[in-house]
Design a protein around this ligand. Structure first.
Ligand code: COA
Length: 347
């Protein structure tokens, strides 16, 4: 805990001051998938843009990647201690307890508040809003937010529609209390959901609705399921609407956006959203081609990749937009701060 500052109250904004990401070491190319599935490189590239993804080894869990990404973000921020650790994930190490306390302990953060955010692929943006809330409420002065997912642990390896899309990874940021006009201040959020379409993206078993029962649940009930075509349509319209709502809330137009950093769902979706916003595609940051859809990790991994490449420079104005199961969606704006060059996210 930190003392409440004396004097006239200045709203405390969350300011991004550290960034890091980590992919697991095993690369899976489209050619690898074509050896075990009825698919081919051309089909995958034309439908999704994806050429490669990375997956964890047997025994490696979401927290293992989260710890690596978290360590890099703390080093980038030059801080040893944070007041809270938030992990956005759909693939926690276990249904109970949350993954964040174990991650906090392994990162040497005893006593820090620690909890998970479950908003599927929108988890990182929901996590940003939640972390900004902790800072604004005076609960924390510094927060480590990690988006981490290992979809390879829940996707049926024989399901060609989903196995081609998802990859594993973790990305992390450190947020500190600061002023709303500082570079790095996150703000102008738009968050939303539509649970009427909860059945478009699901893992049926393992929760209170479909309870454990004697005997194994069927394979399809334990695995991730997605109605791809409908998800595609929702992803484009919801992401475009959320981006527009955020821009208009801030009084920005698309001309004010130097880089659009969307959740890396699939290249066609990202280009369609950019087109719907009348944003030139060159301003859309993409790395889904080389890592696949990494769930809640995708935005911070895309930021780390683009910052390392020198694409993001201090003062650039960013629009982050995500979409995922729930359905959920969200956007936020930020002006890129001065940061050390992130380490390479690939192994
Ligand atoms: N290789 C070859 N053929 C495949 C295939 C694969 N990997 N996966 C599916 N197919 C087949 C289907 O079986 C179907 O065959 P049929 O016509 O004989 O029945 C055909 O391709 C068309 O399937 P469909 O699901 O309609 O294809 P699509 O053009 O919609 O592409 C997705 C499928 C999954 C790539 C696409 O729907 C998509 O990208 N959806 C959004 C997914 C996403 O990004 N989700 C994340 C949101 S956070």
């Amino acid at each position: 805990m930190f003392p409440t500052p004396a004097g006239p109250s200045v709203p405390s904004s969350a300011v991004l001051c550290g960034l890091g990401g980590r992919l697991p070491s095993r690369a899976v190319t489209n050619a690898h998938l074509a050896r075990r599935l009825d698919t081919d490189d051309t089909w995958i590239r034309t439908r999704t843009g994806i050429r490669r993804r990375y997956v964890v080894d047997p025994g490696q869990a979401t927290s293992d990647l989260a710890v690596e990404a978290g360590r890099r973000a703390l080093a980038s921020a030059g801080v040893d201690r944070v007041d809270a650790v938030v992990v956005a994930t759909t693939t926690p190490d276990r249904p109970c307890p949350a993954t964040a306390p174990a991650v906090a302990a392994r990162l040497g953060q005893p006593g820090a508040a620690a909890y998970d955010v479950g908003a599927v692929c929108t988890g990182f943006v929901y996590g940003l809003a939640s972390s900004a809330g902790l800072i604004a409420a005076g609960v924390a002065e510094r927060v480590l937010l990690i988006g981490a997912d290992t979809y390879s642990t829940i996707v049926d390896p024989l399901d060609r529609a989903n196995a081609i899309i998802f990859g594993d990874g973790a990305g992390a940021v450190v947020l500190r209390a600061g002023r709303p006009d500082e570079p790095g201040a996150v703000g102008h959020f738009d968050l939303g959901s539509d649970g009427a379409h909860e059945d478009l993206i699901t893992v049926a078993a393992g929760g209170s609705r479909q309870r454990s029962r004697p005997g194994e649940p069927g394979r399809e009930e334990r695995h991730f399921a997605m109605r791809g075509r409908e998800v595609y349509r929702h992803a484009v319209t919801r992401m475009a609407a959320s981006a527009r709502a955020t821009l208009s809330g801030a009084g920005w137009t698309t001309d004010d956006v130097d880089h659009f950093v969307p959740h890396q769902a699939n290249l066609r979706i990202l280009h369609s959203v950019a087109d719907a916003l009348a944003l030139p595609r060159e301003r859309c940051v993409t790395h889904v081609e080389s890592v696949g859809n990494t769930g809640a990790a995708s935005i911070p991994l895309a930021l780390a990749d683009a910052a390392r490449a020198g694409t993001l420079r201090p003062g650039h104005r960013l629009l982050l937009t995500a979409f995922g199961g729930g359905l959920t969606w969200g956007s936020c704006l930020l002006t890129w701060p001065e940061l050390p060059r992130p380490e390479r996210i690939t192994p």
